[in-house]
Design a binder for this molecule. Structure first.
Ligand SMILES: [Zn+2]
Length: 112
């Protein structure tokens, strides 16, 4: 399977890390009950047919990509950067989705 990376063009599937359904981007609210978090973190659908899922271009540009594809025919209908999704942080073009958050610095007075 070849995946059309929006930044690099069509690339071999082995360059990518598969993360799963794009449902992972829809996090429950802070006040959500434990069942909602259990569902979000552990329960996955395994659809035969159309799906939207997340791929990380691990051996390429390091972008997160949302693929709309058919798991039966292997047809890829669209590919776009996760950073360009509506509501994504940096969706105004300020980010390409390749930046990584720095680890939080330890609080003062704590031993490393
Ligand atoms: Zn890429």
């Amino acid at each position: 399977m070849r995946i059309p990376c929006p930044l690099c063009g069509p690339r071999d599937r082995r360059e990518f890390y598969y993360y799963g359904s794009d449902d992972y981007l829809n996090r429950p609210g802070e006040d959500a009950p434990p069942e909602a978090w259990d569902d979000h973190l552990h329960l996955r659908d395994n659809p035969a047919g159309l799906t939207r899922d997340l791929w990380y271009h691990e051996q390429g540009c390091a972008a997160w990509i949302e693929l709309h594809r058919n798991t039966v025919t292997h047809e890829i209908l669209s590919a776009r950067l996760v950073a360009e999704r509506a509501g994504a942080a940096g969706a105004n073009g300020a980010s390409t989705g390749t930046s990584r958050k720095k680890a939080a610095a330890p609080a003062k007075g704590t031993k490393a």
